[in-house]
Design a protein around this ligand. Structure first.
Ligand code: SF4
Length: 335
């Protein structure tokens, strides 16, 4: 049974704070932890268990840190880059992550009403530049296989949509949802990519790995995204184990996100310099196929960019390239 109330949380022994003290937190930001995640380690649970730290809202924190709403041509659709859109087909998730940059909207409603969904699909159909549709935040894999198949069919009927990408926590936090019916729904003409959100190697339980194997065996390309979180995974050994475990399970680590300026999340944020140092350490230890790109979503909706570390410095055509051990080597770029 999932934990959805403060009483459930306290009965499960997952918090030291009292229900009365935490009530203002869960009044603002929803609570849900699946049974799978409630049974893992403290490092994993920290991502889902509310704390009083969340009541500290800093001046720089934003309701919509990555600017979904700034680029919303119609309800439930974000069109930030010319060739791709984000479709928020549902606001429901299997877990509510305490650091989520959409924490003020996830869980607020269920799936997008049919009239709004049709308007979003009409917009995509009328915009030939849209090559890829990203289904994300809430979690699209909380939709029933029947609803998902219908949505995919409607997108597949648009000839210029070549790729459908899922951003999901489901294979990790609720692996039983990866059923044959769901996998059948994903076998379609636009290429389907599944990007799995995972932040700690202990999340990748036997059941989670089995769910990933079902997807991989069906021929569905798998990538991952992780968020760098203080007290959860801001440690080279933890990240190394996470990226090795993902790769071993046929999931290519894709992005490591610098934590966004979501309200009440400063206790999770590292500095950029700490993130760069971790990435530099990992480059020296891990095979290239295990390494994600460290990225930041520029607050305000200005897009996502790699933020290092930087291995190159230049004077005119003379570059210095830094190797994974921190040694610098000259490179002359004359053509
Ligand atoms: S959208 Fe993703 S990160 Fe946000 S609460 Fe849902 S599962 Fe967690």
């Amino acid at each position: 049974m999932a934990i959805t109330t403060l009483t459930d949380l306290i009965n499960a022994g997952l918090t030291l704070d009292s229900a009365a003290a935490l009530a203002p937190v869960t009044d603002q930001f929803r609570l849900r932890i699946t049974a799978e995640m409630a049974q893992t380690t403290e490092g994993v649970a920290r991502q889902f268990v509310p704390t009083l730290n969340e009541l500290l809202i800093r001046a720089e924190e934003l309701v919509d840190p990555i600017g979904d709403r700034v680029h919303e041509p119609t309800e439930g659709l974000t069109h930030r880059y010319p060739d791709r859109v984000i479709l928020h087909a549902t606001q429901t998730c299997e877990v509510y992550c305490r650091f989520c940059f959409r924490r003020e909207t996830v869980g607020a409603t269920g799936h997008l009403p049919e009239a709004a969904l049709q308007k979003a699909i009409d917009y995509i159909a009328a915009t030939p530049a849209v090559w890829e549709v990203i289904l994300t935040g809430g979690d699209p894999m909380t939709l029933s296989p029947r609803r998902l198949a219908s949505l995919i069919d409607r997108l597949a009927a648009i000839p210029h949509v070549e790729v459908i990408r899922f951003h999901t926590r489901v294979p990790v936090v609720a692996p039983d949802r990866i059923t044959d019916a769901l996998i059948e729904a994903l076998k379609t003409r636009p290429a389907v990519y599944v990007v799995v959100h995972s932040n700690h190697p202990a999340e990748l339980t036997q059941a989670a790995c089995a769910a990933l194997a079902r997807l991989a065996n069906a021929g569905i390309p798998l990538l991952s995204q992780s968020v760098l979180l203080k007290g959860v995974n801001d440690d080279a050994a933890v990240l190394e184990a996470l990226f090795r475990t993902l790769t071993r399970n046929r999931v290519k680590p894709y992005y490591l996100h610098h934590a966004d300026l979501a309200k009440g999340t400063s206790h999770f944020r590292t500095t950029i310099a700490e993130g760069q140092a971790l990435m530099a350490t990992l480059r020296g230890r891990l095979s290239g196929i295990c390494l994600p790109t460290y990225v930041m979503d520029i607050p305000g909706g200005y897009g996502k960019v790699p933020i290092g570390p930087n291995y190159l410095s230049a004077q005119s055509m003379d570059y210095l390239v830094e190797d994974p051990n921190g040694n610098r080597h000259a490179y002359n770029d004359l053509t």
